[in-house]
Design a protein around this ligand. Structure first.
Ligand code: ATP
Length: 218
């Protein structure tokens, strides 16, 4: 709760495999920083995804690419904490840690795309997520939020009216934000690289240079 009515400063965390990170992630991240007035948005590569196939390249490479991608933009950062934990990377564990580090003066926003929110009821201890953070859903073209079922009820029950509400309490709300649609995916970038085509201009040049130097995704 904010003390004495002063708004809490929101900090965001954007989880993903980032295999590799691309301009869809980065542009969305920057737009969220500005729309939600986040102090910072941390891109948090998932080391061992519990719910999908193993990423094509190592967590260390994926985090290194995120570091390169956010260099020079102080409002974005790479949070590599999941690389330092053993076993499956559960988001709830990261939120608990980040909440402890932030203390009382911040609200915490967990950012995810519609594809992620559709399956959120399969996440480890999903019902506890809102005890530690708000959830911000990026509305993406071609994706619809569910109308019925447990996720639909959860969304309806916690929906916030607008970004200003993020500063009124530390956690517990769901916000759906529309951002500039950029139909870029890591899957497509990996496929282009595997086929010998260039994904240039879909991701930062420094990331592409890293991919080429380390001979990734071939
Ligand atoms: P893949 O194709 O391997 O599934 P991806 O491009 O979807 O990868 P992820 O690392 O899985 O990237 O995504 C991390 C988060 O970013 C997810 O919540 C996802 O919904 C979101 N996201 C991915 N691509 C975009 C995009 N182009 N615009 C906005 N959000 C995106």
């Amino acid at each position: 709760m904010s003390q004495g009515g002063a708004p809490l400063v929101p900090v965001g965390v954007f989880g993903g495999t980032f295999d590799p990170v691309h301009y869809g992630h980065l542009r969305s991240a920057l737009e969220l920083v500005e729309q939600l007035q986040l102090q910072q948005l941390r891109l948090m590569p998932c080391a061992v995804p519990p719910h999908r196939d193993s990423p094509a390249c190592s967590a260390a490479h994926r985090a290194a690419m995120v570091e390169l991608a956010v260099a020079g933009e102080p409002r974005l950062a790479c949070d590599a904490r999941e690389l330092r934990r053993e076993g499956a990377s559960y988001t709830i564990d990261s939120l608990v840690e980040i909440r402890r580090e932030l203390g009382e003066g911040h609200s915490l926003c967990l950012v995810m795309g519609c594809d992620a929110v559709l399956a959120i009821d399969s996440w480890h201890r999903w019902q506890e997520l809102l005890g530690w953070a708000h959830v911000v859903v990026i509305a993406r073209p071609g994706w619809q939020l569910p109308g019925t079922g447990p996720v639909a009820d959860w969304l309806r029950g916690h929906r916030l009216a607008g970004p200003a509400e993020l500063g009124r309490r530390a956690s517990g709300g769901v916000l759906v934000e529309e951002l500039r649609p950029l139909p870029i995916s890591s899957t497509e970038i990996r496929a282009m690289l595997a086929a010998g085509r260039s994904p240039r201009y879909l991701l930062p040049q420094a990331v592409l240079d890293y991919i080429q130097t380390h001979d990734l995704y071939r």
